[in-house]
Write a protein that binds this ligand. Sequence first.
Ligand SMILES: Cc1cc2nc3c(=O)[nH]c(=O)nc-3n(C[C@H](O)[C@H](O)[C@H](O)COP(=O)(O)OP(=O)(O)OC[C@H]3O[C@@H](n4cnc5c(N)ncnc54)[C@H](O)[C@@H]3O)c2cc1C
Length: 468
Amino acid sequence: MSPSTEHGRPEPEPTTLPANRDGRPVSDRGDTVCVIGAGASGLTAVKNLTEHGFGVDCYERETGVGGGWNWRHDRSPVYASTHLISSRPFTQFPDFPMPDSWPDYPHHSQLLSYFERYADHFDLRRHIWFGTEVVRVEPVDGDRWDVTTRSTGGYGPERTSRYAAVLVANGHNWSPKLPRYEGLEEFRGEVMHASSYKDPAQLRGKRVLVVGAGNTGCDLAVEAAQQASRCWHSTRRGYWYAPKYVLGRPADQVNDALLALRVPLRLRQWLYHCTLRLTVGDLTRFGLPKPDHRVYETHPIANSQLVYYVGHGEITPVPELARFHPGGVTLTDGREIDPELVVFATGYLPRFEFLDPGVLGDADGSGRPRLWLHAFPPGHPTLAVVGLLQPDSGLFTLAHWQSVLFARSLRLRREQPQRAAAFASRAAAGAGERYAGKVKDSSRHWFEVGHVDYLRAVQRALDELEGK
Ligand SMILES: Cc1cc2nc3c(=O)[nH]c(=O)nc-3n(C[C@H](O)[C@H](O)[C@H](O)COP(=O)(O)OP(=O)(O)OC[C@H]3O[C@@H](n4cnc5c(N)ncnc54)[C@H](O)[C@@H]3O)c2cc1C
């Protein structure tokens, strides 16, 4: 391994452990925990594990912290105008507030500076091997792990180190999910996934079709409304577009107040419908399809501008695409449109190429891990995945508590192995449990959680660990 850390930190020395199955020497890292990724989830994991007394080696394939929020990273999904969708107090780590002077919905560059300050404040960089990619993670000796790394891009030799535990924080917003359409290969226009969209200049003056009604799809439709000569927005169904502000407060804060008061779902749905009726009114009046589901049954879309631009005729809502042909697209209602650029804002899929899918309970090969609390694989008490969540609020608090739970369960294994074993069997029983109400069954909602229900479940798990 080249001097790949930012600080030229020396490499772990190989010890006398027997060679792994490829005949390579294995460095024994003793009780050290390996963390994969130095985005929001990896950083909070490094902090919480070290605070619980563990040695940590964190491997990060990029050259800086911040994960997806670091626009310099080649897999970063952020574009020039990306702002938080969840509001500042509901996004920040519980022990490291963002500055009060920042807006309710900070810009992605502010998020990057937040992670850099977090890493500096808790002195995390000395644990991180930058420019180092994890290529394999294999269980050995029952509950230990051989982690094989190499320099990002595949230069230099591979190196294997043996760890007491592994925490995977590799993110799930970087591997594009692309739909297939008949005739797409023959289409003469430009086609891209939203992950390649960075700058409004890419849309300027073009006839643009944006496909997908997630938060990114709606943001890009709004950008196209301002930049493109024409914008069509294709959605599979009608959605509820929530304004970013309700009663003068960020919408997630109002929702959280109702959740804290334990207002029942039906009543929250009714209040939400009333809010929409009083603000934008009947969405079908704008030519938008009528939602086929109640609010809170799909991931919330927070966008105050989409309906505005539809109302100004700058966005034309259209149904799902039927097929492509060389000069354009046929829609499912039979209409023909002739975009020059098609942007698929069709989301991302999780990828764990370095692990055998069976380890994460992905028995049917669908790519969907089956984990307790979306974090703990049955049968592997020294492995956790942090950040594999799609909350109705910010992620970082949830990732913080997931990593605290993992750190405490590892500590219990050291101090009270019998109780730790009971906790491990809890993980096996709870794999696949859901922490969201009734949501549409699609890969978009695999990791959907209501943040209040989820945090309560983590609290219960922490109480169980501590014998309360
Ligand atoms: C447009 C957009 C807007 C969003 N808005 C919000 C929001 O408002 N609020 C919110 O809470 N969330 C939001 N998110 C979700 C976002 O994913 C999370 O905020 C956060 O970035 C997740 O952090 P993470 O550390 O889990 O993953 P990432 O940020 O993806 O970090 C994963 C890290 O792991 C590294 N890595 C991956 N594989 C390897 C490997 N094999 N070896 C070594 N390193 C590896 C990557 O390089 C990366 O640095 C948004 C996402 C998008 C795409």
